[in-house]
Design a protein around this ligand. Structure first.
Ligand SMILES: [Zn+2]
Length: 159
């Protein structure tokens, strides 16, 4: 286990403002993963994924052959309630269900709709509200920094 002072430092990088049931995004360094979207934290000179440390703090050390799974699909989330140890296979099916590595759960069709609405002059804020996503997400959609791989992604959408 990491030393207590390390853990304290670790949690200082986690934004818990969303409350006990919300997502707690990692605000520190990002790196690793397929697109460098995962939180990183150094413990005793070793680089670790932020969410794995969060998972370990609540659920104990990682069991043999398992990895940290995000139940919420948000790869920078460090809320232990959204994390569990699971097999690589389960984790991969999650990635597909959540739209590969994106954070929000939008179907490809919705992303295209959003782009159309923005082109038609709707504000990012009103579109974000309509789809229940953050304005940041809408902004990323409009700048095409996210969902550049739309063609390959089919996402079941929770309404
Ligand atoms: Zn979460």
């Amino acid at each position: 286990m990491p030393a207590a002072n390390n853990l304290e430092k670790f949690w200082s990088w986690v934004d818990k403002s969303a409350g006990p049931d919300g997502c707690w995004p990692w605000t520190g360094r990002l790196g690793g993963g397929c697109r460098g979207e995962r939180g990183r934290f150094m413990i005793r000179g070793k680089r670790r994924y932020a969410h794995s440390i969060a998972c370990q703090s609540e659920h104990g050390p990682c069991p043999e052959g398992k990895e940290c799974r995000h139940l919420c699909g948000n790869h920078i989330c460090c809320n232990p309630r959204h994390l569990e140890w699971s097999t690589h296979k389960e984790n991969m099916s999650d990635l597909l269900a959540h739209g590969t590595l994106s954070q929000a759960r939008l179907a490809a069709g919705q992303v295209i709709e959003i782009r159309r609405k923005l082109d038609a002059g709707r504000t990012q804020r009103s579109v974000a509200k309509e789809y229940g996503v953050s304005q940041t997400t809408v902004s990323q959609i409009s700048r095409h920094t996210r969902w550049t791989n739309l063609v390959f992604v089919v996402v079941p959408v929770k309404r």
